[in-house]
Design a protein around this ligand. Structure first.
Ligand code: F0G
Length: 425
């Protein structure tokens, strides 16, 4: 098995153990593996490991290690992955798709999909001799990096936009012991600063421009294909901000097809918030131009105006005959209430996938008979404030708490009202 790290822009290559995470030319790096096995044999190897993983000991990331990080490594792992695929009638009905599964990446150890990329990128940072790690974040990357850096015993510096990070995420970064810098500026400013600071000060950058992050995030797709017996869905729908996931999904699908793990290419639908939709704007213009916008959305995780993995994501959409859509904050919050109300729960950015799917079905782009997997990227408790604001607000789906006297009669009144209505709020 051979492998290397290569620049997509200038074609320069680096050895696997190199500490480099960005090409000096400014281009994006990618890891290229050449596994010794392919097709049925590789599928069977992954499937054997999955059976053993049922004991609870295994990682849903490192199970696919031949496609991530070749050679003998000692992974920094919690473990992570092994997230469920849910079917819920209420969500299916809302989206207008009968064959709909929700893959809940909020079930990862720090409550978001970021753990899949972080276990690989921190393992690589340790292998390359890092002395400190750093990232810019809208919250989840910093929570994840803080946890994995703590496990690896590395000092961690997180750069987050002051006042724009959900409470659960900020609390995690502090709890796991990362040095947390509240930058006066938005996420795009944080990313510019951390890129410059990590270059100048010799910290290892762990944003998704780091190609090892994407290797780990590929396993969202590999795992969902495996859960479906390697029968690909027609569509995979994913929320999009900095475009790391969209890029990783494209790479995973390309490799899965090339290696004969699957026989047909699913299509990617990448969903942005309307107030932070530079990629969707580019898509509408056939990707002839790259846009940068001032981002604003209730879904703070994807409040990003200048996505770093733009070029890789364009390739992912083109190669999968994918689409990019945008949904309003209202649509996001309504879809979130449906996912939450089905007993699953997710953070606002995650619900963009369900809101986007509903829109694409109504536009006739995704057909009612298609098989769809929508990704929920983060846990409902990441952003409790948005949940409270919604349920204390005016939406007909709002479920405000009720203050009562400490008496059975007061409870009875509410119970009989609930019975008359026949269902919950
Ligand atoms: N969903 C959630 C919950 C996220 O936290 C993010 C990104 C995305 C979707 C978008 O994924 O960037 O790969 O397109 N969060 C990053 C962070 C930016 O810093 O936590 P993407």
């Amino acid at each position: 098995m051979s492998a290397l790290v290569a620049c997509a822009a200038c074609a320069r290559t680096f050895p696997l153990t190199s500490a480099v995470v960005e090409c000096p030319c400014g281009g994006l790096l990618e890891v290229r593996q050449c596994p010794a096995e392919h097709g049925r044999r590789l599928r069977e190897r992954f499937d054997r490991r999955r059976v053993r993983d049922a004991t609870g000991a295994g990682s849903g990331v490192w199970r696919f290690r031949e496609l991530l990080m070749p050679g003998r490594v000692a992974p920094v792992t919690h473990p992570e992955g092994n997230t469920a695929l849910y079917r819920r009638q209420a969500v299916s009905r809302y989206a207008g798709i009968e064959d709909l599964c929700l893959k809940h990446e909020g079930e990862n150890p720090t409550g978001s999909f970021k753990d899949r990329g972080m276990t690989v990128a921190v393992t690589q940072a340790v292998r390359a001799g890092a002395s400190a790690v750093a990232c810019a974040s809208t919250g989840n990357t910093s929570a994840s990096m803080a946890a994995y850096a703590a496990q690896a015993g590395l000092p961690a510096f997180v750069f987050v936009p002051c006042g724009k990070v959900a409470a659960g995420k900020l609390a995690q970064a502090l709890a796991y012991g990362a040095r947390t810098l509240l930058v006066r500026g938005d996420f795009d400013a944080c990313l510019r600063l951390v890129r410059e600071a990590s270059q100048a000060l010799g910290m290892t950058l762990l944003n998704s421009v780091n190609p090892w992050r994407l290797e780990g995030q590929k396993t969202i797709v590999l795992e969902l294909l495996q859960q479906r017996g390697w029968d690909p869905p027609d569509w995979i729908v994913v929320p999009a901000g900095n475009l790391g996931n969209t890029s990783a999904f494209g790479k995973a699908l390309r490799e899965a097809l090339d290696l004969g793990l699957i026989r047909r290419m699913p299509r990617i639908a990448s969903i942005q918030a309307a107030g932070a939709a530079p990629f969707q704007r580019s898509f509408r213009g056939g990707f002839r131009r790259r846009y940068r916008v001032e981002a604003e959305t209730v879904a703070t995780a994807i409040r990003i105006g200048d996505p770093a993995s733009f070029d890789r994501a364009v390739r992912a959409i083109r190669e999968t005959r994918g689409v990019v859509a945008a949904v309003t904050d209202r649509e996001i919050l309504e879809a979130k209430a449906v996912v939450d109300g089905a007993g699953i729960g997710c953070e606002p950015a995650s619900a963009a996938s369900v809101a986007g799917l509903r829109k694409l079905v109504r536009q006739g782009i995704v057909k009612k008979g298609h098989a769809v997997v929508a990704i929920l990227t983060g846990h409902v408790l990441k952003d409790p404030q948005t949940v409270m604001d919604f349920h204390l607000g005016a939406s007909r789906r709002a479920n405000a708490p009720v203050e009562i006297e400490a008496s059975v009669a007061a409870v009875e009144r509410l119970l009989s009202r609930a019975r008359r209505q026949g269902h919950g709020p």
